[in-house]
Design a protein around this ligand. Sequence first.
Ligand SMILES: C[S@@+](CC[C@H](N)C(=O)[O-])C[C@H]1O[C@@H](n2cnc3c(N)ncnc32)[C@H](O)[C@@H]1O
Length: 261
Amino acid sequence: MSGGAGGPHGAVPDLYDDVALYDLLHAGYRDDLAFYRTVALDHPGVGVEIGAGAARVTPDLARLAERVVAVEPSAAMRAAGAARLAAHGLDDAVTWRPTPLEEGPSVEPGGYAWVVAPFHVLNEVPPLEGQDRLLRAARAALADDGVFAFDAFAPPNDVSNDVPTLEIDHADAEGRHVTAWRVRRYDPVRQTLVSRWVVDVTGADGTVVRRHARLVQWAWHRFELERALRAAGFGRVRLFGDLDRRPVGDDLVRFVGLARP
Ligand SMILES: C[S@@+](CC[C@H](N)C(=O)[O-])C[C@H]1O[C@@H](n2cnc3c(N)ncnc32)[C@H](O)[C@@H]1O
């Protein structure tokens, strides 16, 4: 999660303090929108979005729900998200909350039709106490017939430690050239994936401005996730192998879950 000015990693800012980079990497990602729209459509009422970020998913939810409570600890992401909602004329449909669910009573218990955690938000919370508190708070927020929907990644098998991968290589709207390299390192004992980005913006005169960003995430194993959900009070847990609701199997892409009280 965001650590405010300068981020939690010394001189390297947290990815979520650099909304321009986050948007470059992910604003066009749409694969999960249909899944989360279905959750809001099937469960009319007020919902909670955990880790709403820069409101990539929130407008779709806000159009379908009675109201959305958007929980987002990063001030930079909240500001970008609020601006995006205003541009869609949806600002009245969304209430922002800066305090993570696991850190305090940021939503009232019991009344919500759905709680969602789109795009690996469950991978952002450190084990074990933080994860347990978050899942218990998600369970507590739900109405008896409510649902908690999420996606989360498993231990990755495609990480070449410390090998840079080119993720962005294009000219931006101002005619500057932008390249972004990502360097990942996965520690299977700590289940920790550390990503670093090196972003170079080259101007017309050849001047290069470089910036860095960093993100730490935790992978989930299957039964660890199922047990954590059950321990948090979810009685009915359905886990899928991707957003298309395939069974969890050898072709696992990411865990996608629907958990009910
Ligand atoms: C991968 S981004 C996803 C943002 C947005 N859901 C999307 O799909 O574009 C993860 C978001 O979760 C937020 N986050 C991190 N830790 C969190 C926590 N404990 N509670 C709520 N949000 C958190 C981050 O600040 C970030 O905006």
